[in-house]
Design a binder for this molecule. Structure first.
Ligand code: COA
Length: 254
C-alpha cells in the first residue's frame, strides 16, 4: 500500500515519474539507506548485514544533524510518483570556517579573535541514486536543486569533493560546470573492503567548484560534486590544511 504523505514538492525540476522534495523527519533514514546502498554497497554481495545496519544508523544520524535546519543546509530527495520509494538524494551544507579551523572545532588553546571573521562555504554532498533509478537525470536535478538553494541563501559559489576514481560522478559534475580547484592526496575515506567491512583508507580526492552567477542554461554550462560520502567529507574537512587552503583560496578569503 502506498503511504499517504503530505509532500512539499520543489518547483525546479520536471522529472519523469518522480518528484523532488525537501527531506525532513523520517526521510533522513530512507536517504541514509539509499546512500549506503549506492555509495558503500554498490552491488557488492559479500557485505555483512550488521555492517550495513551500522552504516545506515550512522548516516541517518549524520544526515539529520546536518540537514534538518534550513539555516545549516538542506537535503533533497527524489521519490517515485507511484510507489513513493526514495530513489535519490543530495544535500547542501553551509560550513563555517574560522581562519584555518572548522568553526565547530577550533582548539581550546587558540584565540578565536586572532583568526578573523568566519566564512561560510556551501558544500554539496551525499549525492546518490539507487541502482534501479540511474541514468534518468535524477542526480543532475538534485545537484541543480542544491545550487538553487545555496543561491537563494545568498551564496555565489558551490563546492564539492569527489574521489578521483569516481568517473561517473566526475563526469556529472564536469557536465554541470564544476571545475577541479585542487587535488588532495592521502585523504581519509571510509570504503567497503573485500571482507565486507567498511574501513578508513587513503584516497585521492578532488575539490571542485562552480560559480552560481551568470549561469547560462542549456549549453555546456549545464554541461559546463564528497560526498563523496558524508563520512569522507567530514574526515577531509575536519583535518586537512590543504583543503581548507583550497576552499579559502577559491573564495578569495585566505
Ligand atoms: C553518480 C550518480 C549519483 C549518478 O546518478 P544518476 O542519477 O544515474 O545520474 P544522472 O542520470 O543525473 O546522469 C547525469 C550524468 O552523470 C554521468 N553519468 C551517470 N551515469 C554514468 C555512467 N554509468 N558512466 C559515466 N557517466 C555517467 C553522465 O555525465 C550523466 O550525464 P548524461 O546523462 O548527459 O550522460 C550514481 O551513479 C551514484 O549514486 N553513484 C554512487 C554514489 C556516488 O558515487 N555518489 C557521488 C559521490 S561524489
Amino acid at each position: 500500500m502506498i503511504p499517504q504523505r503530505k509532500r512539499e514538492k520543489c518547483t525546479h525540476a520536471a522529472l519523469a515519474n518522480a518528484d523532488i522534495e525537501r527531506a525532513r523527519g523520517g526521510d533522513f533514514r530512507e536517504a541514509a539507506e539509499c546512500f549506503v546502498d549506492a555509495f558503500f554497497v554498490n552491488g557488492k554481495s559479500n557485505i555483512d548485514n550488521r555492517e550495513i545496519g551500522s552504516l545506515e544508523r550512522a548516516q541517518t544520524s549524520d544526515l539529520s544533524k546536518r540537514y534538518s535546519s534550513a539555516k545549516k543546509g538542506a537535503m533533497f530527495i527524489v521519490r517515485d510518483d507511484e510507489t513513493c520509494d526514495l530513489l535519490a538524494c543530495a544535500g547542501v551544507e553551509y560550513r563555517r570556517y574560522l581562519g584555518d579551523y572548522d568553526y565547530e572545532n577550533v582548539p581550546n588553546d587558540v584565540d578565536r579573535f586572532s583568526l578573523g571573521s568566519a566564512i561560510t562555504v556551501p558544500i554539496i554532498a551525499n549525492l546518490a541514486t539507487s541502482r534501479k533509478a540511474r541514468g534518468k537525470g535524477y542526480a543532475k536535478a538534485l545537484v541543480r536543486e542544491c545550487e538553487k538553494e545555496a543561491k537563494n541563501n545568498g551564496f555565489e559559489e558551490c563546492a564539492l569533493i569527489v574521489e578521483s576514481t569516481n568517473s561517473k560522478a566526475r563526469s556529472l559534475y564536469k557536465k554541470m560546470g564544476y571545475r577541479v580547484a585542487k587535488t588532495l592526496k592521502d585523504q581519509n575515506a571510509l570504503k567497503m573492503q573485500n571482507d565486507g567491512k567498511a574501513r578508513v583508507v587513503k584516497v585521492t580526492t578532488l575539490l571542485m567548484k562552480k560559480s552560481l552567477l551568470n549561469q547560462r542554461q542549456g549549453i555546456d554550462v549545464e554541461s559546463l560534486i564528497v560526498p563523496i560520502g558524508a563520512a569522507v567529507i567530514l574526515y577531509v574537512l575536519s583535518g586537512n590544511d590543504d583543503l581548507r587552503e583550497a576552499i579559502f583560496g577559491f573564495l578569495g578569503t585566505s
